[in-house]
Unconditional design. Structure first.
Length: 147
């Protein structure tokens, strides 16, 4: 069975990409997986004792996001799995794509952002790099395109 992976992180871009993933899973009669990666790489807490608590909160946030995505999919009669990984986002996405033998990865772009923050250019580069490393086609979904 075909496998579509929808990497999610929250925000309007994630809502749009989740909707597109559900639509694509229905259209292709494919297995759908919502993936969230807890990445502590950019966080540098001054108190190392806080690290496990921050990590636990990010894990909880990821659970909430992917379970909400799965609930939305079920409301449209699409079954979806949820996976939470921990580590570098790009590395973990790549590993999961290989392990799951995914045929497509969908990523959401933030609404109204610029390349100076984490805009379309950064998302496109991220998508291209993952596609090059895994040979899995990557589609970037923008909230503006789903209105």
């Amino acid at each position: 069975m075909r496998c579509i992976v929808c990497a999610t992180r929250g925000g309007q871009g994630s809502r749009a990409v989740q909707e597109e993933a559900v639509r694509l899973a229905r259209e292709q009669d494919a297995k759908l997986v919502f993936l969230f990666v807890v990445d502590m790489g950019d966080l540098n807490p001054t108190d190392e004792g806080l690290v496990p608590y921050i990590q636990a909160e990010l894990h909880w946030l990821g659970q909430a996001l992917v379970y909400l995505a799965r609930k939305r999919a079920r409301l449209k009669n699409i079954q979806a799995d949820v996976i939470i990984r921990q580590g570098n986002v790009q590395t973990e996405i790549g590993r999961f794509l290989q392990e799951s033998q995914a045929e497509t990865l969908l990523l959401g772009a933030p609404r109204g952002t610029t390349a100076a923050v984490f805009g379309d250019d950064a998302v496109e580069l991220f998508a291209k790099d993952i596609q090059t490393k895994t040979n899995v086609p990557v589609r970037v979904v923008r909230p503006e395109s789903r209105q």
